[in-house]
Design a protein around this ligand. Structure first.
Ligand code: ADP
Ligand code: ZN
Length: 434
């Protein structure tokens, strides 16, 4: 059985944990109220003062935070400490062209690192492990998050970042990698490529992997485990809260334990905002209770899920999140990148010679996500040379790459050929079988 890194917290008596969460919540609310204008204003509007929040039971009275709050206050408006105390920025795509950014103090980085160290300990990583990180390094939290956790555990850490599959396989083989970190779809692709290269995974030392950042299924888990001959663990996180390691699976593989001494999870009814009991399906909401740089109170993730508080076979008492069951908004996750159709619509609306009549077609080819953008051109485009069609296509592709951060195939279609809908237009066809 894999070790438990921090049984004092991970296996804490739930009553004691609730008390600790309550104390940390009270101090976070005070810190936020005193330092973040937007949140102070929201609490004032609701007529709530920090003193009114006396423990965990009062959490439900606090106002929510949303991704749009990060956008509206971009870049530094939600910082609760002076910028000189912030040592890192990480980011993720927002709902429009601007990314959303999160600021970390040195202490916040330590906490995030610790959450990832617990995660990877539960997955069997220790100082003897060789960890290959194929999540992207950069603003995206995946790469650095896994890197920090593995390094903290004293594992030999290989910062491969994403891409270049042949080189990934060579390193995995030659360096005797025991633990793989990447998106589940990339794990599948790697597994297939290894077989195609004529390598028997049994010749490799690979034992386990942390796979997350996008939705996947039990069927995919079985497939990855077979292809690579490993244990595949689910791992969840989001930039606004910390990054990967907000929750993690243990060897029971029956849901992801939430690092509850650092974040409080809630499930709410997405329409009324009312808190729902454990076991019920609804929108997942997180409150950070140890972060200082940019704390988040009741942050609405738009992820749909269920929470369970029964003790787990592994001995941990932290609640478990079920696999995510979808989203309450239209965010797509394509190759691990958050994509909002509104971002692409904005680009198309700002492009000459096309109409914002479009369709986004998402598919999975050879285990890799693909995005095709079909968009209608106007008659005007034909008044010029053919070069104008090509240039428009290229321009849209480049804009999507730079604003959204992913590669898309752009196909221009003739005027008046895209289906017009009465009522809400349908802009997405997702052919991936998830
Ligand atoms: P990251 O991609 O590092 O997880 P982002 O902030 O870019 O962080 O994206 C967060 C979103 O990604 C989550 O709200 C959720 O929708 C999705 N996500 C992250 N991990 C998982 C997972 N294990 N299963 C399903 N979806 C996930
Ligand atoms: Zn467990």
């Amino acid at each position: 059985m894999a070790k438990i890194r921090d049984p004092r917290f991970e296996c804490m008596d739930r009553e004691e944990l609730r008390k600790l969460q309550g104390e940390r919540l009270v101090s976070t609310v005070k810190h936020e109220y005193e330092n973040v204008a937007l949140y102070r204003q929201r609490m004032d509007e609701k007529g709530i003062k920090p003193e009114d929040i006396r423990g965990l039971d009062d959490l439900r009275y606090l106002p929510f935070m949303e991704k749009t709050d990060l956008r509206d206050t971009f870049p530094y408006g939600l910082f609760a400490v002076p910028t000189k105390d912030i040592v890192r920025i990480q980011g993720s795509s927002g709902t429009t062209g601007k990314p959303i950014v999160s600021g970390y103090t040195a202490g916040d980085i330590d906490i995030w690192t610790e959450m990832m160290a617990r995660t990877m300990t539960a997955e069997g990583v220790d100082e003897n492990s060789v960890v290959q990180v194929c999540y992207g390094y950069g603003l995206f939290t995946g790469g650095l998050g896994a890197h920090q956790g593995a390094t903290k555990l004293g594992a030999l850490t290989i910062p491969m970042s994403s891409g270049n599959t042949q080189r990934q396989i060579m390193m995995m083989h030659d360096l005797g990698v025991t633990h793989l970190c990447c998106t589940p779809s990339y794990a599948l692709y790697l597994g297939e490529s290894i077989r195609e290269a004529g390598i028997d995974p049994k010749e490799m030392k690979l034992k386990n992997g942390s796979f997350g950042a996008e939705p996947w299924t039990e069927e995919m888990r079985v497939r990855i485990e077979e292809l690579l001959g490993i244990n595949a663990y689910d791992i969840y996180g989001l930039t606004e809260i910390a990054g990967p390691g907000v929750s993690y699976e243990c060897e029971a593989k029956r849901g992801m334990h939430v690092n509850e001494d650092h974040v409080i999870p809630e499930i709410i009814n997405p329409i009324t905002g009312e808190q729902l009991p454990y076991g019920e399906k609804g929108e997942l909401v997180f409150t950070t209770i140890t972060k200082r740089g940019m704390p988040m109170l009741r942050y609405r993730t738009h992820d749909i899920c269920r929470l369970h508080d029964e003790k787990c076979d592994c001995g941990r008492t932290f609640v478990r999140m079920e696999r995510l069951m979808g989203r309450t908004d239209d965010m797509l996750i394509i190759r691990g990148v958050n994509v909002f159709p509104s971002q692409i619509e904005g680009i198309l609306a700002g492009t000459q010679d096309v109409m914002p009549h479009y369709m986004l077609i998402v598919d999975r080819v050879n285990s890799q996500d693909t995005l095709e953008v079909q968009v209608e051109v106007t008659d005007a485009i034909f008044t010029d040379s053919l070069g104008r069609l090509e240039a428009t296509k290229r321009y849209i592709g480049e804009q999507i790459k730079s604003v959204v951060g992913i590669k898309a195939t752009v196909n221009l279609v003739a005027p008046h050929t895209m289906p017009r809908s009465e009522g809400k237009a349908k802009h997405i066809i997702d052919r991936r079988k998830l």
